[in-house]
Design a binder for this molecule. Structure first.
Ligand code: PMP
Length: 402
């Protein structure tokens, strides 16, 4: 039998680090090992009942067939309504694309736009999937490191330096996974000014955590802060995080009609459309009662505060409170170089997270997976008890280092 050889687009990428971490935790749990799991990348709440009911009603009404590539008219209206409420910009149905999660929409955007050698600017720390998605679609990720002092945010200067004639996209993600960073309107305007001088650059704004925000009012979108860029912005969002609907797989994007047409053409040849049942559920999520969103943000806020307070009390670790999303990006420079009781030296954040898994039975994800060390990411999309138990175990493990 001849050996199967995967395509080069597969061999040049790696599997998602967070998906891999989740798989490792599941494996250990299956072996009977008690793990305090702080890797979770999805809300721990159940999908609200009125959303589930809408899906069940859709099934009973027989809405179980293909829809248009861009979804049912009800879903289109619900998405375009949300975008207009949030950004004060209206988009037409020819400026809308939908897919199996924001992740798939992002992938199709790159697939529809990149030619070999095109560059995509990705500020680090980044969501693990961006560089690999770029590589899989023949592009070149250009990683621009941010600093903790600058709140892990891309500065206009760093952006200007990174842009070349080959730059196709800038990817901006706020609230950020893994840091929770959110850009102010002024910061977005300053970035927008650089982009206005570089009309060949398109901007992908990943706003999947827009509803998980701990500040006043709403997160500002780049299209609101810099409306002159509207024809170059693809705004991506979905229902996964705001409505605890990660398994329903429904995401969307709005942007310039020619890009959207290219994306929808690809979607017509790949997915045809996302699940009709998930579409009905997403309509209920976007148009229905929003109290779940408000209530869950308050729960996340309490957990964030507990995690930040607990971690900052540990010698060698430090973290600032995230402004949004449900993660803390913890600086662990203070433990690098130390020696564990079993003699191993903690040389980097990867060693530290392995040590935490072995010694403290706490699962977190190393900063190197997000392109900036020495840090690790913890998720607070888990119970306060789990967070407190995790922090206690991390403290004991850190205190055992020499
Ligand atoms: N963007 C970011 C920054 C994310 O963290 C995630 C989920 N981990 C996604 C996109 C994908 O979300 P979805 O479930 O809509 O595919």
């Amino acid at each position: 039998m001849s050996e199967f050889l995967p395509a080069s687009r597969v061999t040049r990428i790696k599997a998602s680090a967070s998906v891999a971490a989740a798989a490792r935790v599941r494996e250990l749990k299956a072996e009977g090992v008690q793990i305090i799991d702080l890797t979770v990348g999805e809300p721990d709440f159940d999908t609200p009942d009125h959303i589930k009911a809408a899906a069940i009603e859709a099934i009973n009404r027989g809405e179980t067939k293909y829809t248009s590539v861009t979804g049912t008219p009800e879903l289109q209206a619900a998405i375009l309504g949300k975008i207009e409420r949030d950004t004060s910009h209206s988009y037409g149905a020819n400026q809308l694309t939908i897919g199996g999660g924001a992740k798939q929409v992002l992938y199709v955007a790159l697939m529809a736009s990149l030619n070999a050698g095109d560059e995509v600017i990705v500020p680090a720390p980044y969501w693990v999937s961006y560089p690999d998605m770029v590589l899989a679609n023949d592009g070149t990720p250009v990683i621009v490191e941010t600093t903790e002092e600058e709140g892990f945010k891309l500065t206009p200067w760093a952006l200007a330096k990174a842009i070349t004639p080959k730059t196709k996209w800038l990817i901006l993600n706020a609230p950020s996974n893994p840091t929770g960073a959110v850009y102010s309107r002024e910061e977005l305007q300053a970035i927008g000014a650089v982009l206005e001088e570089n009309p060949h650059v398109f901007i992908l704004t990943d706003e999947i955590y827009d509803e998980v925000y701990f500040g006043q009012g709403r997160v500002t979108s780049l299209v609101t802060a810099a409306p002159a860029l509207k024809d170059r912005i693809l705004l991506v969002n979905g229902v996964s995080k705001a409505y605890a609907m990660t398994g329903w797989r429904l995401g969307y994007g709005v942007g310039p009609a020619p890009l959207i047409a290219a994306m929808n053409k690809l979607q017509s040849q790949t997915s045809s459309c996302p699940s009709s049942i998930s579409q009905a559920a997403a309509v209920a999520a976007l148009n229905g009662d929003q109290s779940f969103v408000r209530d869950s943000v308050e729960v996340y806020r309490k957990r964030r505060d507990a995690a930040v307070e607990g971690l900052n009390a540990i010698n060698g670790l430090s973290v600032s409170p995230a402004e949004g999303a449900f993660y803390a990006y913890v600086n662990c420079a203070g433990v690098i170089g130390k020696t564990a009781p079993d003699g191993r030296v903690i040389a980097n954040d990867q060693d530290f997270t392995l040590y935490l898994l072995d010694a403290a039975r706490v699962a977190v994800i190393q900063g190197s997976a997000y392109g900036l060390g020495p840090y690790f990411r913890i998720s607070f999309a888990t119970s306060l008890e789990t967070i407190n138990a995790g922090v206690d175990s991390i403290r004991d493990a850190v205190n055992a280092l020499n």
